[in-house]
Design a protein around this ligand. Structure first.
Ligand SMILES: CC(C)(COP(=O)(O)OP(=O)(O)OC[C@H]1O[C@@H](n2cnc3c(N)ncnc32)[C@H](O)[C@@H]1OP(=O)(O)O)[C@@H](O)C(=O)NCCC(=O)NCCS
Length: 161
């Protein structure tokens, strides 16, 4: 985990983002391809309502995330997409990326996200990171797949005097 940085995603990263999507079974279940994501991310790069983050290691892009700044109810940030490359999963990179996202977007009105009900790995990842399950929306994104809606609020640190 040493030698990692969380910074802005840029156009040169898009091919690696597409490869991460294409190697991930979850995205196939939604019919999402690397090519389709590349188009969406290209647009998002020039959209001020989006924030794209990259988690880099000494060897390249380990993961990326897409946040819509006021994507939940026009009020809170919404984590639209997060993915870590298959070879890098389970080594803390996702947590590092999520910490980078929260540092920018937890204030002022917290962070919402959706994840598939059957994606137990991701659900555990969010729950251990302090996200609370608010409910389940049946077939919201894709018929037959239920979405869990999670939320984490910003909690002010105790002020030291
Ligand atoms: C979900 C994802 C971003 C997590 O990133 P990661 O680098 O694998 O996560 P971390 O290594 O930082 O794990 C942090 C914690 O999450 C939990 N976790 C992560 N992946 C898990 C898995 N597959 N099964 C069970 N728990 C898991 C663990 O509790 C872990 O804590 P631990 O280290 O004490 O065991 C990554 O696994 C991924 O890209 N998955 C495929 C795409 C996906 O599901 N995206 C989310 C869609 S909403």
């Amino acid at each position: 985990m040493s030698n990692t940085s969380c910074d802005e995603l840029n156009r040169e990263d898009l091919a690696q983002c597409a490869a991460i999507i294409d190697e991930t079974e979850l995205f196939r279940d939604y019919g999402t391809t690397g090519q389709a994501i590349t188009k969406l991310l290209e647009k998002a790069l020039s959209d001020p309502s989006s924030d794209l983050l990259a988690l880099r290691t000494g060897t390249g892009l380990a993961g990326f995330a897409w946040v819509l700044r006021n994507g939940a109810f026009g009020r809170s940030a919404y984590l639209r997409l997060i993915a870590v490359s298959s070879v890098s999963r389970g080594h803390g990179y996702g947590s590092r990326l999520l910490a980078g996202i929260e540092a920018k977007h937890l204030l002022p009105h917290g962070l919402f996200l959706l994840t598939t009900e059957t994606n137990t790995g991701a659900r555990r990842f969010y729950e251990t990171s302090g996200y609370g399950l608010l409910g389940i929306i049946p077939g919201y994104v894709k018929p037959g797949l239920n979405e869990c809606i999670y939320y984490k609020a910003y909690k002010a640190q105790a002020l030291t005097r």
